[in-house]
Design a protein around this ligand. Structure first.
Ligand code: F6P
Length: 545
């Protein structure tokens, strides 16, 4: 069944507009308007977004904004803020913005203000961070903590890992924070190899406290500790972040060492909750509060700004334009800062686990594309790997460049070169290079007519590849908070535009279910019966020692 959105006037007008605009090259759009940058860029807080290299005109934006109104995104934002159970398949509200709310106004869930609980846990986190960083928190043998290992996966890992890596300039000297997620024992073993049990603290981070990877890694870490320091040491070396208190208690972690969060915080939106504890330990709690403040500033912008000047809204609409009207199947994220390398993985979960859906909010099959595949790599590394395909591979690949105006590690000579490369790539992707330009260039270089004929086809660039460039003033806790919240709101808005529930993730369940079935077979405790020949063959090959 077609959703009302695709049968709306705005959708039909966008389709007609897209077929009119498609033959126009970005070069022509720039040639026709000296002030595309002024018209199609926006500064919000510490972020400058230049979307003038998108294949749009003012008419495109106006029509996309009509679509925004037709999808009633603003009304849905009110429902989100009022604590309605908009995650309807799990009967949950979505209130992660409460985690960074600093005002006195209550945030109500079923008539009850959630803010006292939020503040209580923030206070508990702050006290804990201060105790660990001051050396007041002692291990079982009286040593202070030098290493903290966060054990979690997905939303209970990626956010902290990304933020800790992003802000290495702000790292405190007192502790080193490590992240272990993979079920492959190599991850835990190589992390523990250089650590001493007496000065190591583990944070077991799991919303459900049932996730196989996390439970296995936590058990192995516990064994490692107990082997050296005995059973009683667990209380001094393990804390947990979870909503499942019973399971945490069963693992042997005392209630005083549990940091609570709530079912209205989705895993991939949980960095602002106690899931952010390892990140807070890596940069100190004052910086964690600055991070929350940056996100809160972006919340205010998203909640209070009309669509025409609303950055998350515009980024969401441009994604709809590229995906649903120009036909892009992917988007590539290219952060020209090594510090945001893990942002790609973080956003892969945020965007694709949220909006990679085949069924809409009403349970009907969607008849249009949803989340494009997000991929990427830090610039300039990617330039020497896959950019060839973006330039000449023939697919439409919207690019998102992300760069810092001020480098976080200002080594002489680096930053200008980095920015020159970043801007050169978006210019090349926009302009392309025509046969005439290629031939003239080779002629000027003194190549023979035969060589020009032979080589020119290889040197042509079609261009017309759309891109947005996001410039962040600098990378610090406050600006990182703005950036991450920007993407969260974009994801929410896209979910509403596509009529999806962005807050469930049923698609990850099937593989987990089958893994539970295959485990006893791999262990030789259950027969092979009923398996397809491929799965049976692979298991048999692994059981042959
Ligand atoms: O498998 C997907 C998922 O449920 C994610 O949504 C979540 O972030 C991750 O697993 C970890 O879950 P938990 O925090 O419950 O261990």
């Amino acid at each position: 069944m077609a959703h009302a959105l695709t049968t709306s006037r705005a959708w039909a007008e966008l389709e007609a507009h897209a077929s009119r605009l498609k033959p126009t090259h970005l070069r022509e759009l720039f040639a026709a308007d000296d002030d595309r940058f002024g018209r199609f860029s926006l500064e919000v807080g510490d972020l400058l977004a230049d979307f003038s290299k998108q294949r749009i005109t003012t008419e495109t934006l106006a029509l996309l904004q009509d679509l925004w109104r037709a999808a009633e995104v603003t009304q849905w934002t009110t429902r989100l803020r009022q604590g309605e159970a908009i995650n309807h398949t799990e009967h949950r509200a979505v209130l992660h913005h409460a985690l960074r709310h600093s005002g006195d106004e209550p945030i109500l869930l079923e008539g009850k203000d959630v803010m006292p609980d939020v503040r209580r846990v923030l206070g508990q986190m702050e006290e804990f961070c201060n105790r660990v960083l001051s050396g007041d928190w002692k291990g079982a043998s009286g040593e202070r903590i030098r290493d903290v290992v966060n054990i979690g996966i997905g939303g209970s890992d990626l956010g902290g890992k990304m933020a800790s890596q992003a802000l290495s300039v702000f790292h405190v000297p007192e502790v080193k924070v490590h992240y272990v997620s993979n079920l492959d024992g190599a991850h835990l073993a190589t992390t523990l190899a250089g650590l001493h049990p007496a000065s190591t603290l583990f944070i077991v981070a799991s919303k459900t406290f049932t996730t196989q990877e996390t439970m296995q890694n936590a058990q192995s870490a516990r064994d490692w500790l107990v082997r050296k320091l005995g059973e009683k040491a667990v209380a001094h070396h393990f804390v947990a972040v979870s909503t499942n208190h019973q399971a945490v208690a069963k693992f042997g972690i005392a209630p005083a060492n549990v940091f609570e969060f709530w079912d209205w915080v989705g895993g991939r939106f949980s960095l602002w909750s106690a899931i952010g504890l390892p990140f807070a330990l890596s940069v100190g709690f004052a910086n964690f509060r600055r991070f929350l403040a940056g996100a809160e500033a972006m919340d205010r912008h998203f909640f209070e700004t009309p669509v025409e000047r609303n950055l998350p809204a515009l980024l969401a609409l441009l994604e709809v334009w590229n995906t649903n009207f120009l036909g892009a199947a992917t988007r590539v994220l290219l952060p020209y800062t090594q510090s945001l390398e893990i942002l790609v993985s973080y956003l892969q979960q945020l965007e694709m686990e949220s909006n990679g859906k085949q069924v809409d909010r009403d349970g009907a099959a969607v008849s249009y594309a949803t989340a494009p595949i997000l991929w990427g790599e830090s610039g300039s590394n990617g330039q020497h790997a896959f950019y060839q395909l973006i330039h000449q591979g023939g697919s439409l690949i919207p690019c998102e460049f992300l760069a810092l105006r001020e480098a976080d590690y200002p080594l002489p000579g680096h930053q200008e070169k980095l920015l020159a490369n970043c801007f050169a790539q978006s210019e090349a992707l926009m302009r392309g290079k025509t046969v005439a330009e290629v031939r003239a260039e080779m002629h000027e270089a003194g190549l023979s007519a035969e060589a020009i004929d032979e080589l020119s086809p290889y040197r042509v660039f079609p261009g017309n590849q759309p891109s947005t460039t996001l410039l962040l003033s600098r990378l610090d806790p406050y600006t990182l908070g703005q950036l991450v919240a920007l993407y969260e709101h974009k994801v929410f808005a896209l979910g509403i535009l596509w009529n999806l529930n962005s807050f469930d993730q049923w698609g990850v369940e099937y593989g987990k279910q089958l893994a539970h079935k295959l485990l006893p077979i791999l262990e030789g405790k259950a027969p092979m019966a009923g398996l397809d020949s491929s799965t049976a063959g692979l298991i048999a090959a692994c059981r042959k020692k």
